[in-house]
Design a protein around this ligand. Structure first.
Ligand code: NDP
Length: 296
């Protein structure tokens, strides 16, 4: 016995996402055999380059798993009324099962009004207040894709999460808060850390599970971590080094490897899971709508 610490497990988000997508594809195939075709509408406003890439990837993945996709590209100058009108049409269209409005929206458009206008049954991003409220009540609702993906990775890695102390760094509506709610539902004890926390590092050092969703490159290093903890790095930050740029997370990966028992890399960790869970949400939404109509 040398007493040396075992090498940490690198949590492979690409493989986990492939598994989710394979399950979705199989179920979609079964539905198609019954004459049912799940469909996702993706709405993009403006020409933000990153948003265009995200939308393209979502449409590609949908095609791969047999989900039909409808893309609606509106100019950056479109009005709130025009956007709400399109969403109302999609809400009323029974061939559309999921509606995703790519964020961020141009500054002149009230994002909350748009998210609230999506039929909660088609809200595959899980951002409508009915779904947000349902999640906090522990009801079975459509759940935001990124935290749902993180939860899958944690369950794949740890199995039962019951009794673990989880620290979520970040309290945004799209990642931090729903992540905390999901971990609570999984019977973790949950601490949420944010920019006003007095000693974020000391709180993190108590954690069996750290989920970092901050948007600050390499903020969390080994000095924030308890030996043996599991680290999920949601952060996607573009760092320019010399003439080139590369993606890094919120966690200083090399440093965290010296303490963590398992960790997600960036890229290749949480990122691929987000789209996979979007496809899964579209499938769930379609099944629920058809069950409610008596077609399934
Ligand atoms: P937001 O900017 O909305 O939220 C960041 C949170 O971090 C806030 O709650 C903020 O606190 C907190 N914070 C800021 N500085 C500190 C600090 N020094 N210590 C502790 N907490 C701090 O970001 P998002 O939640 O939207 O995204 C977070 C990261 O995740 C980003 O890098 C984003 O790109 C990435 N992301 C990745 C996705 C994926 O698919 N992998 C999907 C979505 C996001 P306060 O509330 O007090 O301001």
């Amino acid at each position: 016995m040398t007493g040396a610490q075992a090498l940490p497990q690198v949590i492979d988000g690409k493989a986990a996402a492939a598994q989710v997508l394979a399950e979705v594809r199989e179920q979609v195939l079964g539905l198609k055999e019954q004459g049912l075709q799940p469909a996702l509408a993706v709405v993009l406003v403006g020409s933000d380059a990153a948003s265009q890439v995200y939308v393209r990837n979502k449409i590609l993945r949908a095609g791969e798993v047999g989900i039909a996709s409808l893309e609606y590209a509106l100019p950056a100058t479109c009005t709130l009324a025009e956007l709400l009108d399109l969403i109302a049409q999609l809400n009323a269209d029974s061939t559309v099962n999921g509606i995703l409005v790519q964020l961020p929206l141009p500054a002149h458009i009230d994002e909350n009004a748009v998210l609230q206008s999506v039929d909660p049954a088609k809200d595959v991003d899980g951002f409508h207040s009915e779904n947000v409220g349902g999640l906090s009540q522990g009801r079975n609702v459509l759940t935001p894709c990124t935290p749902a993906g993180c939860l899958r990775l944690l369950k794949n890695t740890l199995g039962d999460l019951r009794g673990k102390h989880a620290v979520v760094v970040g309290r945004s509506n799209i990642v931090g808060k729903p992540m905390a709610a999901l971990l609570l539902q999984a019977d973790c004890s949950v601490t949420v850390v944010h920019s006003r926390s007095l000693d974020a590092a000391a709180l993190c050092r108590q954690a069996d599970i750290v989920v970092a969703a901050v948007g600050r490159p390499n903020l969390i290093d080994a000095s924030w971590l308890k030996t043996g903890c599991v680290v999920i790095d949601v952060g996607i930050n573009r760092l320019s080094v010399g003439g080139s740029s590369r993606l890094v997370g919120d966690v200083d990966y090399a440093s965290a490897l010296t303490k963590a028992s398992a960790i997600t890399p960036v890229p290749g960790g949480v990122g691929p899971m987000t789209i996979a869970l979007l496809m899964n949400n579209t499938l769930i939404a379609a099944r629920q709508q058809w069950a409610a109509q008596g077609t399934l």
